[in-house]
Design a protein around this ligand. Structure first.
Ligand SMILES: NC(=O)c1ccc[n+]([C@@H]2O[C@H](COP(=O)([O-])OP(=O)(O)OC[C@H]3O[C@@H](n4cnc5c(N)ncnc54)[C@H](O)[C@@H]3O)[C@@H](O)[C@H]2O)c1
Length: 269
């Protein structure tokens, strides 16, 4: 088999209407996979599906909220029925967690203080960024296990490994939990031919947090923390996605691949 080939594979991407998830969907479709795009943003989802179809790719979509368990299981079942199974899952949908306890210029931010955080917001971040990963893995495994193969990729974050003061506090425990779930599932599922890995991005210019990283002042606050002194373009995630989805990563499981311009190494002025 050709290295990095994903041709003919049935793939599902959650949070596929925008940003990193859209890049996963694009690279998989461009390389011959059949892709189900899942997202709750109906207009963006429709636009992405139509654009990829018009380019001749085999894609379909499911408008679904990943925090709605029953709806998510049903969407996975329809996708597996449409494409005769499931080979690859990108569990990617996620939301921002609001302001951190420091502002971008390193002042204390009362809005981000522990005692000021809105508990409903904590619940929403945990539900979307952690619990939905658990649900998506369960939904996928039901289709992968009987066929004895599959690759699951979860979008975590480099803040799953190192903490960040300018990011809202609920985000770090949610992503660290998702990273731990990746390792646990990798151990359990290796016997069934299913690999489970994480991609841990640093700052990427997407629509998260209202497109904050496209705003020059916010972008600068993030990029000063990155030795390469820039934020990433979503196209830069595509090679990692292809690597983890394909047999090129046949002995890689339980890993978290960091793509952050060196941010975890520490600030270099
Ligand atoms: N952009 C970054 O700097 C960055 C860094 C590290 C990790 N991440 C992670 O990457 C993933 C993708 O984020 P992005 O930056 O591409 O953001 P984005 O906002 O551009 O895309 C996220 C997509 O997920 C969808 N989504 C959100 N909640 C959903 C739900 N409940 N059900 C279904 N779909 C839902 C949104 O509608 C959106 O289309 C997230 O898990 C995020 O935490 C992003």
């Amino acid at each position: 088999m050709q290295l990095f080939s994903v041709r003919g594979l049935a793939c599902t991407v959650t949070g596929a209407a925008s940003g990193i998830g859209l890049a996963y969907a694009e690279v998989m479709a461009e390389h011959g996979a059949r892709v189900t795009l899942m997202d709750l943003n109906a207009p963006r989802l429709q636009e992405a599906e139509q654009r990829l179809r018009s380019q001749g790719y085999e894609v379909r979509s499911e408008c679904v909220d990943v925090t709605d368990r029953e709806a998510l299981y049903a969407a996975f079942d329809r996708s597996a029925a449409a494409y005769g199974g499931l080979d690859v899952l990108f569990a990617n949908a996620g939301i921002d967690a609001g302001p951190g306890f420091l502002t971008p210029d390193n002042a204390r931010n009362p809005e981000g203080a522990l005692e000021a955080l809105d508990e409903r917001h904590w619940d929403a971040v945990i539900a979307t960024n952690l619990t939905s990963v658990f649900t998506s893995l369960r939904a996928a495994v039901r289709h992968m296990k009987p066929r004895g193969k599959g690759s699951i990729v979860v979008t975590t974050s480099n803040v799953a490994i190192i903490n960040e003061a300018i990011v809202g506090t609920p985000y770090m425990p949610a992503k660290a939990g998702a990273a731990s779930l990746v390792r646990q599932a990798a151990m359990e599922l290796a016997r069934y031919g299913i690999r489970v890995n994480a991609i841990a991005p640093g700052p990427f210019a997407t629509n998260i947090a209202g497109g904050r990283l496209r705003n020059p002042a916010d972008r600068e606050a993030f990029q000063v923390r990155v030795p390469m002194h820039r934020v990433a373009d979503t196209d830069e995630i595509k090679p990692l996605a292809l690597f983890l989805a394909s047999n090129a990563s046949s002995f890689v499981t339980g890993s978290q691949l960091v793509i952050d311009g060196g941010q975890m190494l520490g600030r270099v002025d």
